[in-house]
Structure formats: C-alpha cells, structure tokens
Write a protein that binds this ligand. Structure first.
Ligand code: CAA
Length: 379
C-alpha cells in the first residue's frame, strides 16, 4: 500500500492548513467560551470547496479521495476541533452517505447544495435510549402512500440545529437492527423541531442537540439503500466517519506537541529551559511516537476506503489508537505547562477538553475494540 500523496492531496492539505490558521485559529478560544457555532469559518470552508471534497464532480463536488479529506481534517482539527467535527459530519456522515446510498434523483437534489455548502449536513442515528446499541432505536417511520411518516426523537445530533439536511434512521420493521431504514430528510419540513441543546465539556462551539420528529412526511424517493436494511447503511457510513474522528484526534495530538515544544523551550526552571529535563523530553518523545503511528493508521484506513476495500477494522483501529493518543497527549501537554496549562490562557486546556469526546462519539473506545475483535475472530 502506497502512502505517497498525489498533487491534489498535497494541494488540499496545504489549502486546509492555510484555512485553519487564518480562519479557524483566531476565534477558536472565544467561540469555545461562548458556545458559538463557527458560522464564519464554515462559510469560508464552503467558499474553498471544503464542504464537497468527497462528492463527485458531476454533482458539484471536488471528487477527491478519503486521503485528501483526512489530510484536510487533520489540519483543521489542529486549530479548532469544533470546526473539525462540523466538517467531518457534513462530509463523511451526511454527503458521503447520500452519495453512496441515494437514488439518482435524490443525489441530484441534495448533493450539489451539500457540495457548495449552501446546505449543511447532519446524521441522526442515536437516541436517548440507544447509543452504543444503535440497532435498538425506537423512532418510527410508517408507510403512508408515497411517503413515510416519521415520529420520535433523536439525540446527540452534531449540527442538528444548523443542518438543512439530515441522514435519519427510523424503525420501519420489527425489533432489533433488521427493522431499521435510512432516509434523507430536510429540517425545513413540517414536523421537524430542534430540542435541547447539550451544554458540553469540549468541542463547545460545535452544536449538539436533540431533534424531534412529529409526523415528518418523507417521500419514498428519500429512502437510502433498501427498506429495513438501514442499519447496514449506518455502519457502512460510520466506517468513514470513524476515519474522520481519528483525524480529529490526530489533529489534537499534533496541536498538543506543537504547544508543548514551544512552552518547554521558553519556560525556565532551576536556571534552564524545562525542555532540558528528561521527564519533559520523555513526554515529548511519547507524543511524537503516537503522532507518527496515528498518521500511518489513518492513511491505511483512508487508502483502503479509496480502493473500495473493506475498512471497518482499519477505521476502528485508527480511531481507537488516535483517540486514546489524543487524551494521553493532552494530559501530557497540560502537565508540561503546569499551572499555566490548567488555565484558559493557554490552548492546551481546550485541547484537553476537546480530546475527551474522541473516545466517545462515532462509537466509544469499547465499541471500536468490539468491532476489531469481531473482525479478528472472523478472519
Ligand atoms: N458495514 C456494513 N454492514 C455492516 C458493518 C459495516 N461496517 N458491520 C456490520 N454490518 C452488518 C452485519 O453484517 C450485520 O448484517 P447481517 O446480519 O446481514 O450479517 C448487520 O450489519 C448488523 O451487524 P451486527 O450484528 O454486528 O450489529 P450489532 O447490533 O451487534 O451492532 C455495533 C454492532 C458495532 C455494536 C454497532 O451497533 C455500533 O457500531 N454501535 C456504535 C454506534 C455508534 O457508533 N454510534 C455513533 C453515533 S453517530 C455520531 O456520533 C455522530 C456525531 O454526530 C458525531
């Protein structure tokens, strides 16, 4: 497997790096403090084409690789993990799911607007009673002529109060994961309302809400995949999404090392920079090693996905390693900064809070291990 980057992939990485530094970094701490949605950076991301990276050119996107998206997401998450997750969910969980599973008519309707960023995408799988056991969801869709009528509630929906289009999972058959179907729905339709906004520890400027569906009429054309086979749509889509969250964790790890190197060289104690002390050097070395390994795991998963190969295990492996790595690196970064790192004057305090979610959403650390182990036992 080659990890050599194409010219397009390098160009997107560099574009995303510049976007992250110029448009995301300056307001990141302030938006985090105010729990303010990153509307400005998202508008600029749309202008630069970062909302349509995976969408084929025929539907107005850039038609680029998962490697290109991964490189872009790592750069963006280095500066602002809230912009990072908003873009990851839009690209990996919504646009890419519609592109893979929708019929031609539905693709033509939604993909150009998702690609241009005119419409923001979200993904509504979880409910208050169904998180890790996603197949136990209770939101129901009942057939009515040429529509399905959806009733129920969804929880933990990233961008749910800003999204125009959502990939939504509802029960159309019996119990368990066999009776679930996937739909693409619009938030402007009657019967769609936004509920409680979650007050979060980290990624505070990304919005996480409950959404309620009360008689939401969804045209049958908006079914994604086959009736009652929506759970496969959910898991197949999450394989890509998990690469996106691995990129988020990777970006946080890299930001932690950058900040720690700078601080360790500047801060003096006992008449020398603290970088001269071996306990600090060991932390820096561990951080660098996790970064190098994380990149390789992400590149492997992205390249497999680009080749159309099965990548569930590799995506889970990348997410498992990088999310734990982000938490370890954020802990080390705060420790290197000492009291300063515990205060909001330094960004590592935000990285520490932002890292925590990477072990929880799009499948917890425990679920990633379950996915990996099931594959090992089947192989
Ligand atoms: N792709 C396609 N199909 C798949 C698949 C994959 N990667 N993995 C499994 N399947 C198929 C299986 O083959 C099976 O089909 P058959 O019965 O026909 O063989 C079917 O899907 C069900 O598979 P399982 O029996 O393994 O399902 P399960 O009920 O045991 O659940 C699970 C498996 C791994 C625990 C799964 O429920 C899971 O991943 N849970 C975590 C949920 C999650 O990640 N939620 C994230 C929410 S989204 C979010 O966080 C977004 C955000 O806003 C940031």
């Amino acid at each position: 497997m080659s990890f050599e980057l194409s010219d397009d992939e390098i160009a997107i990485r560099d574009l995303a790096r510049e976007f992250a530094r110029k448009e995301c970094a300056p307001g990141a701490a302030e938006r985090d403090k105010k729990e303010e949605f990153p509307a400005g950076p998202m508008a600029k991301a749309a202008e630069l084409g970062l909302t349509g990276l995976l969408i084929p050119e025929a539907y107005g996107g850039a038609g680029l690789t998962n490697m290109a998206l991964s490189l872009a997401l790592i750069e963006i998450n280095r500066e602002d993990a809230s912009v990072g997750v908003t873009l990851s969910v839009h690209n990996s969980l919504c646009a890419s799911c519609v592109n893979h599973w929708a019929n031609e008519e539905t693709k033509k309707k939604y993909l150009p607007k998702l690609a241009s960023g005119e419409w923001l995408g979200a993904y509504a799988l979880s409910e208050t009673g169904s998180g890790s056991d996603a197949g136990s969801l209770t939101c129901r869709a009942v057939e009515d002529g040429d529509h399905y009528v959806v009733t129920g509630s969804k929880a933990w929906i990233t961008s749910g109060d800003h999204a125009d289009v959502l990939v939504l999972f509802a029960r159309t058959g019996g119990g368990g994961n066999k009776g679930v179907s996937a739909f693409v729905v619009e938030s402007s339709w009657p019967g769609f309302t936004v509920g409680k906004k979650e007050p979060k520890m980290g990624i505070r400027s990304s919005s996480t809400v409950q959404v309620h569906l009360d008689g939401l009429r969804v045209p049958k054309a908006n079914l994604l995949g086959k009736l009652n086979e929506g759970f496969k749509v959910a898991l197949h889509t999450l394989d890509g999404g998990r690469i996106g969250i691995a990129c988020q964790a990777q970006g946080i790890m890299e930001a932690c090392l950058d900040a720690s190197l700078k601080y360790a060289k500047e801060r003096t104690q006992f008449d020398q920079p603290i970088a001269e002390f071996q306990p600090i050097q060991w932390k820096l070395a561990e951080m660098e090693t996790r970064i190098a390994a994380g990149r390789m795991l992400i590149y492997r998963a992205a390249r497999l996905k680009d080749a159309g190969e099965h990548h569930a295990k590799e995506a889970a492996t990348a997410k498992l390693f990088t999310s734990r790595g982000a938490n370890a690196s954020a802990r080390d970064a705060v420790q290197i900064h000492g009291g300063a790192g515990y205060c909001t004057d330094f960004p590592v305090e935000r990285y520490f809070r932002d890292a925590r979610i990477t072990e929880i959403y799009e499948g917890t650390t425990e679920i990633q291990k379950l996915v990996i182990a099931r594959h090992l036992l089947r192989e």
